[in-house]
Design a protein around this ligand. Sequence first.
Ligand code: AMP
Length: 218
Amino acid sequence: MFIVLLGPPGAGKGTQAQRIATASKLLHISTGDMFRENVREETELGTLAKTYMDRGDLVPDEVTIKMLVERIGRPDAATGVMFDGFPRNVAQASALDAALRARGDAITHALLISVADEELVARLGGRWICRQCGKLFHERNDPPKRAGVCDACGGELYQRADDGAEVVRTRLEKQKPPLDLIEHYRAAGVLHEIDGQRGLDAVSADLFAALGLGVASA
Ligand code: AMP
């Protein structure tokens, strides 16, 4: 299976992608995580990406596509991938299609999680991430057992720099999945639309059903 998860920032893509990857044993590729890792390690790519990320803008396509195509060329991506945060537009989707087509593969599922704007602003403000293992939490919807501490590994939880109110509004404006991207996957016959304005488990259940996977679990 080659799955893309579409939805605005804060729709729950990251959390759901982690659940799907765990249940399906698919490789989880998040371009946002890849950029953040490069920023942390102060690579040339990270320095470039940071200037866009700090403003809530998308990193230019040629940079993002090159990084992604290199990543899926590695052996662990041979049999299936859960893409999270890629593609963000039709140019990226077409590049991904071409890279997969060249090896006889194709996107099998495009899962669109939709949520209203007001809800997204509230959600993004409450998001916490484990510094050690990357697990996601939310103050209101999915809190850790102890504030500031990861349930899974005991690591320290932090908030992303681009989850502040001002940048969140820019990210919402600029990073909602464009209609032509949604149409791209509808035309390919692989689009599944899921109402993301519900609890995490209800959304997982619909996503798992669309993928033909067994019971959703955290
Ligand atoms: P995310 O974790 O998916 O919200 O991504 C965090 C930031 O990384 C975004 O605000 C963008 O600046 C950048 N980014 C992640 N994925 C992409 C992509 N597919 N295209 C361009 N920029 C991206």
